[in-house]
Write a new protein. Structure first.
Lengths: 277, 298
């Protein structure tokens, strides 16, 4: 049925899809194009879509300001810390859930689900007080720990799904060969599940990289992440839209390009929880 | 399961459980406790027990009530737009089958954009004088002047305007999940119904929709929760303005704590928000999903 020459109905579908795509991409494309204009042109009346003159001034203007590169580094380190911690904590728990599935494991899975329903602000308020009593505010660790409260339930949920695909015979065989159970998990199960672990790590990384509310509450100077600095642009430089488009592009483009390369796996992760039924 | 198996399971669960106890459960207990006190953010040591006073204040405050209504409104706007657009896109992709792969890849990209970048970008697009949206509307003849619509400055429409970046970012998620759900429907089932003489509309209503029900439920619940607790995407556009017209609950709680330093009152509102969101999600879960109706079909 798909070999047929495209009829008018199918052409209509193609036209519709093409139109939707165009509308969908254009805001981001406009941001990138604006970032390549001279900064004053971002405020031109009337606005023009294509740059009349290419310029990297919007980019160079903020790289001279040490706060921006530093906030990118903070974001990166915090995302790495929280991803490592979340995956390390989630892996054994997910294995317990998918391999053994006893009642404590099932209760645990339910708890992580309920955790996802809590408004961030409800945890953020007491978390802020807790970090202050540890004297940890404005440190990488405080923000990373806060981000793990978001990514850990997600990681457990995703990993439990990926690990379910691994036959329990694999662990049994390793044990017959003299491995302890923990060694079997680390040396046999983890390598086999590497693909799923990578996807889980990407989701944890993104959750931290894009997070705003906890970072806003927990940082002031030293540990400020990029989203906080970018959001501050509007007041600091009185609506400096040129720089906003440049930093916004720099902060999001690498992640988008990377994700497109990994898209098959990411789609699998994103749809797994919902479609498993 | 043997006793050593059981101990091993608990051992595996322990690290994550300890983390959740210390960094989720313990803060939440503190939240509940603080909600019963009059306590200032900057002096947590000096506290006075006030019982349920903070809750009474929250339930009778028109500002809290307004924020709660706007949270519901924002969630309804974002969710209905995302679901409708996402479903249409999923059906389009599904009708293209495998050939839609490249298009779906492109469709994925907004999911990776940080919400604050999306929020600021849309704020830039929607500015009245030099914003591109009003400029295009004017070129199309829909607006007489670019200053006719103040998307983020008009109290009557601001709640719709601030939802635009949210809709832009997450329609992809709805599409991808529904598309996968559609692809999982056995072709044999659709063929059988077609042979029985069902037309496209009947096929959709009596085969596709019931089979998709659990997937739809999960999408609605996940997206509903996320929209209800939205903060950053609205914050960078309006900070809740003009005159609180886009102030949702998360934002009001944040302000109560940071700007007014009223930790006790903020904790009480957050507790009520938490309970309401939990109750609504669980209700939605059982009403839409109806596990009995969906059994065997997913």
């Amino acid at each position: 049925m798909s070999r047929r020459a495209p009829g008018p109905g199918r052409l209509l579908v193609y036209a519709l899809v093409a139109f939707v795509m165009l509308v969908y991409i254009s805001p981001y494309a406009y941001m990138m194009l604006t970032s390549l204009k001279p900064p004053e042109d971002a405020l031109a009346i009337p606005p023009h879509i294509l740059p009349r003159q290419l310029s990297l001034d919007s980019y160079t203007r903020f790289t001279s300001d040490a706060e921006v590169p530093r906030s990118f580094l903070n974001s990166f380190i915090i995302a790495l810390m929280s991803t490592t911690l979340a995956v390390a904590l989630a892996l054994p728990a997910a294995w317990a859930i998918s391999r053994y599935g006893s009642w404590p494991a099932r209760v645990f899975l339910l708890v992580t689900l309920v955790t996802r329903m809590i408004p961030y602000i409800a945890i953020a308020i007491p978390f802020f007080a807790l970090m202050r009593s540890f004297r940890l505010t404005d440190t990488w660790l405080a923000v990373a720990l806060a981000h793990v409260t978001i990514s850990l339930p997600l990681a457990i949920w995703l990993l439990a799904g990926f690990l379910e695909a691994i036959p329990s015979e694999l662990e049994d065989a390793a044990r017959v060969d003299g491995c302890s159970r923990l060694a079997a998990l680390l040396r046999v199960v983890v390598p086999v599940a590497a693909g799923g672990i990578v996807v889980t790590a990407i989701f944890c990384f993104l959750a931290s990289w894009n997070e705003f509310l906890y970072a806003l509450l927990l940082t002031s100077v030293e540990a400020k992440t990029a989203p906080i600095v970018i959001a501050g642009f509007k007041s600091q430089y009185s609506l400096n839209w040129g720089s906003m488009t440049a930093v916004g592009t720099l902060y999001s483009l690498p992640v988008i390009v990377f994700s497109l390369f990994m898209q098959r796996r990411i789609v699998a992760g994103m749809t797994m929880g919902a479609v498993k039924g | 399961m043997s006793r050593s198996d059981r101990r091993y399971v608990l051992l595996l669960l322990a690290p994550a459980a300890v983390f959740l106890l210390v960094f989720v459960a313990w803060p939440l207990l503190n939240l509940f406790r603080d909600s019963l006190y009059e306590v200032a953010l900057l002096k947590p040591g000096e506290r006075a027990f006030v019982g349920l006073d903070n809750f009474q204040r929250a339930l009778t405050s028109s500002r809290v009530g307004g924020a709660a209504l706007r949270t519901l409104g924002y969630t309804a706007i974002a969710l209905s737009a995302e679901f409708t657009l996402g479903f249409v896109a999923a059906l389009l992709f599904n009708s293209l089958g495998r050939r839609s792969e490249l298009l779906r890849t492109i469709f994925l990209f907004p999911l990776m954009i940080p919400p604050i970048v999306a929020g600021l970008l849309w704020r830039f697009l929607l500015i009245d004088n030099f914003g591109i949206v009003n400029h295009i509307l004017q070129q199309l003849g829909l607006l007489a002047s670019t200053s006719d619509v103040a998307w983020l400055g008009d109290r009557d429409i601001v709640l719709f305007s601030v939802a635009l970046p949210d809709i832009w970012l997450t329609t992809s998620f709805v599409t991808l999940v529904l598309f996968t759900g559609l692809q999982n429907i056995p072709v044999s089932l659709l063929e059988a119904a077609r042979i029985d003489g069902a037309d496209a509309l009947q096929l959709f209503r009596h085969v596709t929709l019931p089979l998709l029900r659990p997937v739809i439920a999960v999408v609605l619940i996940i997206r509903g929760i996320d929209a209800a607790r939205a903060f950053d995407i609205i914050w960078v556009q309006t900070e809740g303005g003009p005159r609180f017209a886009s102030e949702v609950l998360s934002m009001h709680i944040y302000r109560t704590m940071i700007r007014y330093g009223d930790l006790g009152f903020a904790s009480a509102i957050a507790t009520l928000f938490l309970l309401a969101l939990l109750a609504l999600s669980l209700l939605a879960f059982f009403v839409i999903w109806r596990p009995d109706a969906a059994r065997g079909s997913a």
